[in-house]
Design a protein around this ligand. Structure first.
Ligand SMILES: Cc1cc2nc3c(=O)[nH]c(=O)nc-3n(C[C@H](O)[C@H](O)[C@H](O)COP(=O)(O)OP(=O)(O)OC[C@H]3O[C@@H](n4cnc5c(N)ncnc54)[C@H](O)[C@@H]3O)c2cc1C
Length: 544
């Protein structure tokens, strides 16, 4: 029986695991934490789809057009077409598995407006779309677990991929329960490890998503793509642990952004872009906010208490709990924060990387969003991508496995034991904090060559000391060994941003403010013995 190893059990990993099990493929689904604690459960706003209901006067063509336009025309047309064409089936599949979408009184799936979309297209489950979807998918995964087709392994951190002769056949993990490395082999390996939040410290996302897997794979020969495109969500509020998202649904319900100027309210987005100004794509809104250099507020009070409590209960609770603000009476002070990574592991339309039998799906992969993602498209991409990868794996040839991985295991054992011999934990956390500061300072909403060079120099220095930092406790092993992978990814990200000498989508250069036609392609970056190489994918190696 064909075997697949899936690393990461958020919505993308679950979707792929279930889709593989549906095809009779044996799945091992690995993650350090249960799915119920993945970042996917944070998704509140919704999932985009043109559904069967003509009342919405929407069309798949319009969904495709909005997605390509939002992504500033560097996302692959074929991949986006597949994404949008399959969205309705994704919603039906989720409903079949028990996801309860919010419905209109006539039984239609309700829709809300999200930024950059020409129609109300975002289906949602009250205020907890991600949680509802994860719950339904976990139930289905458990059913397949009962049938022996899915095996879930927790407390397992990715260490490295097993790649022989350009073919991936498994991975090495650090088993937190035993404190030892462990090997899992498979015919295909799928990465579903989420975004790269740790590069920036406090973001709207989960600290589980640290980018280590992408960074490590990069050093093992996997190409990465479009790392310079990082989405800042315009409306977040700061709390002691993270940046909390004030959902785009607030602006979807008519919320207005403004700042105060000598007692006058300036609705700067509406003044600049007209009636739908508040719902411009996220990169534009975030940049306009930054340009004002003022404290920005979001007002939804005019909707009235009854509608606010019915349509935006989570935002009401969030603002009350963390900032003591009653949004039925007061405006919300908001600030943009790092939220989503359009870049990641480069994949072809079937989600395979440049290494045979190695796949990437969900937020760790880069394929559907180009230079900027539309809200509601990433849950769709995570589920659709999982299904596409499963279909490709079903058709792929079964690998003859070479079972001698003793040298890989020995390398991991030696690395972990060297780390345990030393005493100091402090420096690694310190370097992680310094990295976040460097990235915020030099890779913000607006960048310049000077800042990016400074960022590269700083990160190069952290990299030069990374492997010399050590630990005295085995439970911190992951924090320790992941550092150099995270730093390598950070450096690659800064290099991609420095090399793109134009402004496009979420990448804005103060020294190159124009969008240029000859840059209408994705950035690909590869690694060879400590050297980083970038090129533009004008030949369509990944996009078609
Ligand atoms: C606050 C918030 C709200 C959002 N709202 C929406 C929305 O309304 N609509 C929308 O479309 N999108 C939304 N998004 C984006 C969307 O939630 C994510 O893009 C999507 O859930 C990513 O799913 P995933 O399965 O790829 O990753 P995740 O859900 O992040 O799962 C990653 C998995 O990988 C595991 N992992 C990570 N590193 C390792 C490692 N080294 N070894 C082993 N396992 C590892 C993790 O433990 C986890 O199981 C939102 C994001 C945030 C942060």
């Amino acid at each position: 029986m064909k075997k697949v190893l899936i690393i990461g059990s958020g919505i993308a990993g679950l979707s792929c695991a279930i889709s593989c099990a549906e095809k009779g493929i044996e799945v091992t689904l690995v993650s350090p934490f249960p799915s119920e604690r993945s970042q996917s459960v944070l998704a509140a706003g919704g999932i985009n789809a043109v559904t069967d209901f003509p009342e919405y006067k929407d069309s798949i063509e319009s969904h495709i057009e909005d997605t390509l336009k939002g992504g500033c025309h560097i996302a692959g047309k074929k991949a986006v077409k597949g994404l949008c064409e399959n969205a309705n089936d994704v919603i039906k599949w989720l409903e079949k598995l028990g996801t309860i979408f919010t419905l209109e009184t006539d039984g239609r799936v309700s829709k809300r407006a999200f930024g950059g979309q020409s129609h109300k297209r975002t289906c949602y489950c009250g205020a907890s779309t991600g949680k509802q979807i994860v719950t339904a998918l976990v139930m289905e995964a458990r059913r397949y677990e009962g049938l022996g087709l899915i095996k879930r392994r927790l407390w397992m951190d990715f260490y490295s991929a097993l790649i022989k002769d350009g073919i991936c056949c498994g991975a090495v993990f650090y088993n937190e329960a035993t404190g030892s490395p462990e090997i899992i082999t498979a015919d295909s390996v799928v990465f579903a490890t989420g975004g790269q939040n740790a590069l920036f410290g406090k973001t709207t996302g989960s600290t589980q998503c640290d980018g280590y897997a992408a960074g490590k794979l990069f050093t093992q020969g996997v190409e990465l793509k479009n790392l310079e495109f990082i989405q800042y969500h315009p409306t977040t509020i700061e709390t002691s642990q993270k940046m909390m998202l004030v959902s785009e649904a607030v602006r979807g319900e008519g919320g207005r952004l403004y700042y105060e100027d000598n007692g006058r309210y300036v609705y700067f987005m509406e003044e600049r872009f007209g009636e739908r100004g508040n719902l411009m794509p996220r990169d534009i809104v975030a940049r306009c906010m930054e340009e004002t250099k003022k404290e920005i507020y979001l007002d939804i009070t005019f909707l009235g208490k009854e509608k606010i409590l019915k349509r935006l209960p989570e935002v009401y609770e969030l603002c009350k709990k963390y900032r003591g603000i009653d949004i039925t009476k007061q405006s919300i002070p908001v600030t943009p924060s790092v939220h989503f990574f359009m870049g990641g592991i480069a994949v072809k339309n079937n989600h395979e990387t440049n290494i045979k039998n190695l796949y990437a799906i969900g937020e760790c992969a880069s394929i559907y969003h180009g230079a900027n993602r539309l809200g509601g498209n990433s849950l769709l991409a995570a589920i659709h991508g999982g299904k596409v990868a499963a279909s490709s794996i079903e058709k792929s040839e079964q690998t003859e496995l070479d079972n001698d991985f003793s040298s890989e295991l020995k390398e991991a054992e030696e690395k972990l034991s060297t780390m345990r011999k030393s005493k100091s934990l402090y420096p690694v956390k310190y370097v992680r904090d310094m990295l976040a500061e460097t990235m915020h300072e030099n890779l913000g909403i607006v960048r310049s060559a000077q800042e990016l060079e400074k960022g590269i120099d700083d990160v190069s220095f952290y990299l030069s000391i990374a492997d010399k930092l050590n630990f005295d406790k085995s439970e911190f092993a992951y924090l320790g060994y992941s550092l150099s992978g995270i730093l390598t990814l950070a450096k690659a990200t800064l290099i991609c941003a420095k090399n793109r000498k134009e402004s496009r989508g979420a990448h804005y250069r103060s020294d190159y403010p124009e969008t240029k036609d000859d840059w209408t392609a994705s950035t690909i970056i590869s690694y060879d013995d400590g050297k980083y190489h970038t090129y533009l994918d004008t030949e369509g190696k990944y996009e078609s």
